[in-house]
Design a protein around this ligand. Sequence first.
Ligand code: HEM
Length: 524
Amino acid sequence: MIAIPFSTVFLVVLVTVLLNIFFFPSLRTIKYVMKLPGPPQWPLIGVSIELARTPLTELMAYLQNKVINGYKRVAHVWLLGVPMVFVNSPQDIEVILSSVKHIEKGMEYFSLKAWLNEGLLLSTVELITGKKWHTRRKLLTPTFHFKILDDKCSTMYSSAKKMVENFLKEDGKPFNPLSKISSCTLDVVAEAAMGVSLNSQDNENAEYVSTIARTTWAAVFRVLNLYLKQDWLWNLTPIGRQDKKDVEFLHGFTEKIIKERKVAYHDELYKRSKQGTIIDSENDLGVKKKQAFLDKLLELDADQAMSNADIREEVDTFLFEVSHNPSLLVKVLKGHNPRLRTEYLRERYSNKAYQEQLEIFGDDDREITLSDMQNMNYLDRFVKETLRLYPSVPYISRTITEDIHLKDFPTPIPAGSNAIITPFYLHRNPDYFPDPEKFDPDRFLPENCAKRHPFAYIPFSGGPRNCIGQKFAMMEIKVTLSTVLRLSQIRAASKHEELNLAPVVILRNLGSMKIQVYPRSSSS
Ligand code: HEM
């Protein structure tokens, strides 16, 4: 038997491990990235060790010190061989986001893949047909048309009303509203986009909401500890094993929704065919009817244009996106802003927003309509300003497949790097938002917006891969806030200092965020 020296075995193991955990960019990418500005760091390993050690709640401050402050345009850091290029100015961000070339999502999104697969958020351009994302986006865009949303006001209003009733059951005692808001949003999206009643507000789906929170946390943990990228290594860890179970649970939940709607859809189809009316996409006048999201997918399923797995990845993606709204609503309700503190909602701003509701509805407790919403100009600015300070997507990333040449900038951002945009800091750029920490809805008066660069404010991203659900999201937020303001009064019960923001895929508060809710009397 030939004796293999221990040093050779050690070397082979080391190389295998390195090959599994390290990324190897091309020499050309390395050459150009090294020419870009950036903080002092180890070559290629970069900030990997520091990042793995940084607690989630300190991550935003860490990024600010490392790659935002002092870098008006571009800064690079390395993460286990991955070149991360932070792009900080609206002019340069526009070049990336508005391009049809740079639409491939960044490397970091791999950690959501097991759950969301090739749904719209993560899907890229297919190698063979070059079409996956384009085809799906084109298909799904009409399902968020305002004509479809028009019918959804009523669903949104009754869910919001139920949420306020649940708030009021707390009898004015301090409580964390997140789970109640999440259940309300889940119900709205399930009903409005999928045609399924979930009754989450009666506490039936609390596990789904908490599992999403755990899965997104695990996804961020994995990116920060990038040596866990390989599935075999990830599945060896306790967090990885729990994550696998969670993803199975989330998939089971969506499959149940699809199955339920499928039965109802085919029943409807059967009834119509018996009555001699066809359930197709044209109305009596021969005008193309807009279909809601899940029905559109089921129609394609019936035509065998989409498989069960295709439908599930889209439904998973849309249900995941639901988690943006609760995170935002909590921030609005809690009113965490250093300048305004606990009096924020009760006093100046909420009074203004409430006065607007009074002007529209008076004492009438009727449902809200789309045309009411068009008159809520102040509420609109209020929500936009909240999204400026607390964009629920604080970090956007793209894999760069072709060099990007920025205007008046000596070095290209080379193909093979990851371009990163941070709306959280972009929205705090004093060149575009003077005194950036000040909460001031009037920044969004038309005359003030007209002067601003269009890519200085991008809570819903921009360009071809912007948020497909933004009209739906804005509508739901406004219906919910209008209902909350009309029916109740809110006080923040925890202090601004107790806030602990962390980018857990979306921007979450890991600190305390209790509120107190009282009925709105006509005199208040
Ligand atoms: C306050 C609420 C929301 C905010 C701030 C928000 C923000 C965003 C942002 C910034 C992106 C781009 C992400 C990236 O490029 O990595 C995005 C994408 C997306 N959003 Fe939203 N979103 C919200 C609510 C929703 C809702 C309610 C839905 C669906 C019902 C939705 C569906 C999507 C989808 C499918 C994409 C991927 C689009 C694509 O890549 O083509 N979003 N969203």
